[in-house]
Design a protein around this ligand. Structure first.
Ligand code: CO
Length: 179
């Protein structure tokens, strides 16, 4: 693993915060736009398409997603207290990765579409449906907020084959104070 240490660093596999369920945001909160903006900045700094609060060392139920290649602001999704209410279909054979598990890319089965109850900065509830890569990213981030990692959903044989690599990442993270 040769990637440079960025600032602020993202929490890496082995850090207990990645296994913590984030706490529901209680409205009103004045700082939500600011928190989201800084999370987008961190995510873009890593060239990621999604970032959950616990990856940034925060414990609020907030995540950000932007799957557009141009990082267009119109495509930004801020997830606050998101709840998946419906999933449909299936997407396979797509490699999924995670900024907190550097170097690991695995085919992970996901629904093709999902519908999510979400909240805006003012605490108003909105429902949206998304599909394909964006649905994959949204579901991945919601898993993070619930203390889950994408590797948890892999078949056990596939997971077992990753054990050695994961131990190495965890040790590397400890040595580099990334967890
Ligand atoms: Co992730």
């Amino acid at each position: 693993m040769s990637e440079e240490k960025k600032n602020p660093p993202i929490k890496v596999y082995g850090d207990r915060i990645l296994r913590q369920k984030c706490e529901e945001v209680v409205f009103p909160r004045e700082d939500l736009a600011q928190v989201a903006a800084s999370m987008f900045l961190i995510m873009y700094g890593y060239n990621g398409i999604g970032l959950a609060a616990n990856q940034a060392g925060l414990t609020d139920k907030i995540a950000v997603v932007n799957v557009s290649p141009t990082k267009s602001e119109d495509e930004q999704i801020t997830l606050i207290n998101p709840v998946v209410t419906w999933v449909e279909g299936e997407q396979n054979d797509i490699l999924e990765g995670c900024l907190s598990i550097p170097g690991i890319w695995e085919k992970r089965k996901r629904p093709m579409s999902c519908t999510v109850d979400n909240y805006d900065f003012e605490g108003n509830k909105h429902t949206f449906t998304t599909t394909g890569l964006e649905a994959r990213a949204v579901l991945h981030e919601i898993d993070h907020l619930n203390g889950e990692l994408f590797i948890d959903g892999l078949p056990s044989v596939q997971k077992a084959m990753l054990e050695g690599k994961l131990k190495k990442i965890s040790r590397w993270a400890k040595k580099n104070k990334l967890r």
